[in-house]
Design a protein around this ligand. Structure first.
Ligand code: UDP
Ligand code: MG
Length: 335
C-alpha cells in the first residue's frame, strides 16, 4: 500500500524509530572517497532534518575499504556496513543494500563522489510529489567522451525506445525510490540500471531530475567499453521479460500457428502437383521452404507452451501475483 510521505503518516508508533530514508551505496575500492562521502551524505540529510541511515555495501574491496567501513560503522550511529564475501558486482551490492534498508524511501548513489549527496533532498522532495521513482539526470556529465558519453547516449536512446520509459540518463546511480517498489523487484546481471524500466513494468510513476556530476577524484572507474555489450544483453532480457512475462503463448503460439498453416498449404499444393499432375517436386526450393515452415511452426508452438509453463513456475515460486496494487481504500478508512 502506498505510504503518504508528506503527511507524516509513516510515523506510526511502530515506525517512529525507523529511518525515513535509507541511502544505499555500493563500494568497491573507494577507500579514499569514503570519509568525505559519508560526511557529505550526513550533512545533506541533516540540513533537511530527515531521519536517515547510510548503508554502505562493501563489494569485496581489496584496498581496505571494508576495514575502514567497519571502523566507521562502529563509531557512527547513522552508518550500517554490509560486507560481502567477495566482489559480486554493482547490481548485487545494491541488492544487498536494499535488503538491509529499513526506510520508506531508498536513495542510491555511487561511492566515488561523482554523484553529489547535496542533491538527495531535492530527489526526495520530487518523490513526495507522488512519484514512485525519481531518476537523476547528469546534464553535464564528467566522463571520457569516446568510451563513456557516446556509448551512453546511444544506450539511453535504445533503452528508452525498447522499454518505453523515456529517460535521458539510465546510467545515473543517483536515484530515489519508494522502498515498497524495490521490495517487489528481483535484480540479476547488471540490471540495476534498468530499475526504472523494471519499475515501469510493475506500474510505477517515474520521473527524472537534473543532478550534478563531478569528475572522479580518487581511484579508477571499474568499467570500460566492455560494459556496453553487457548492457545490450541485459536490454534484450528486459525486452523479453516485458513482452512475454505473462502470456508467452500469445506471441510464440501466433508465429507458430502462422508458420504451420502456411507450411501446410504449401505442402498441400506440392502434393497436388505430385499426385494430381504427376510433376516432379524433388528439386523445388518450395519443398525446402515447406519443410522448414512446418518444423519451425511446431518448434515455436511447443516453445510457447514451455514458456507458459516456466512463466507460471516463475510467478508461483516467488509468490508473485500477476498484478500490483497501488492502494486499497477500505470503507470507513481515513486518509
Ligand atoms: N562498484 C561495485 N562493484 C563493482 C564495481 C563497481 O560496488 O564490481 C561500485 C563502485 O565502487 C561505485 C559504483 O559501483 O560506487 C559505480 O562504479 P564506477 O564509479 O566505477 O562506475 P562509473 O561511475 O565509472 O560508471
Ligand atoms: Mg563513478
Amino acid at each position: 500500500m502506498k505510504t503518504d510521505l508528506s503527511s507524516g503518516e509513516w510515523q506510526t508508533e511502530s515506525s517512529i524509530s525507523l529511518p525515513k530514508v535509507s541511502v544505499v551505496v555500493p563500494i568497491y575500492n573507494e577507500v579514499e572517497s569514503l570519509p568525505a562521502l559519508i560526511e557529505a551524505i550526513a550533512t545533506s540529510l541533516h540540513q533537511k532534518a530527515l531521519r536517515y541511515e547510510i548503508i554502505c555495501v562493501d563489494d569485496g574491496s581489496q584496498d581496505g575499504s571494508a576495514l575502514l567501513l567497519k571502523r566507521l560503522a562502529h563509531s557512527r550511529r547513522d552508518l550500517k556496513a554490509v560486507l560481502l564475501r567477495r566482489n559480486y558486482g554493482q547490481t548485487a551490492a545494491m541488492a544487498a543494500g536494499f535488503n538491509h534498508a529499513q526506510g520508506v524511501v531508498i536513495v542510491t548513489l555511487d561511492g566515488d563522489l561523482q554523484n553529489d549527496p547535496a542533491d538527495i533532498p531535492q530527489l526526495i522532495a520530487k518523490l513526495e510529489e507522488g512519484y514512485d521513482l525519481v531518476s537523476g539526470w547528469r546534464q553535464s556529465r564528467q566522463d571520457a567522451t569516446l568510451t563513456r558519453l557516446i556509448p551512453s547516449k546511444l544506450a539511453n536512446w535504445l533503452i528508452s525506445w525498447v522499454t518505453g520509459v523515456k529517460l535521458h540518463d539510465y546510467g545515473c546511480s543517483l536515484k530515489a525510490y519508494r522502498s515498497e517498489l524495490i521490495q517487489d523487484m528481483r535484480l540479476y546481471g547488471e540490471l540495476h540500471r534498468f530499475l526504472p524500466a523494471l519499475a515501469f513494468i510493475e506500474g510505477a510513476n517515474i520521473t527524472e531530475l537534473p543532478v550534478r556530476h563531478h569528475p572522479r577524484q580518487y581511484g579508477q572507474s571499474k568499467y570500460g567499453l566492455g560494459r556496453t555489450f553487457r548492457v545490450l544483453m541485459d536490454l534484450l532480457t528486459i525486452a523479453f521479460i516485458k513482452t512475454f512475462l505473462t502470456r508467452p503463448m500469445h506471441v510464440f503460439g501466433l508465429f507458430g500457428l502462422i508458420s504451420m498453416v502456411v507450411g501446410t498449404l504449401l505442402g498441400l499444393y506440392l502434393t497436388f502437383l505430385k499426385l494430381g499432375l504427376g510433376e516432379s517436386i524433388g528439386n523445388r526450393p518450395l519443398l525446402i521452404l515447406t519443410v522448414v515452415l512446418l518444423i519451425a511452426g511446431v518448434q515455436l508452438f511447443s516453445f510457447g507452451l514451455l514458456a507458459e509453463l516456466s512463466m507460471r513456475t516463475y510467478h508461483e515460486s516467488q509468490g508473485r501475483p500477476i498484478y500490483r496494487v497501488r492502494e486499497v481504500i477500505a470503507p470507513g478508512s481515513q486518509s
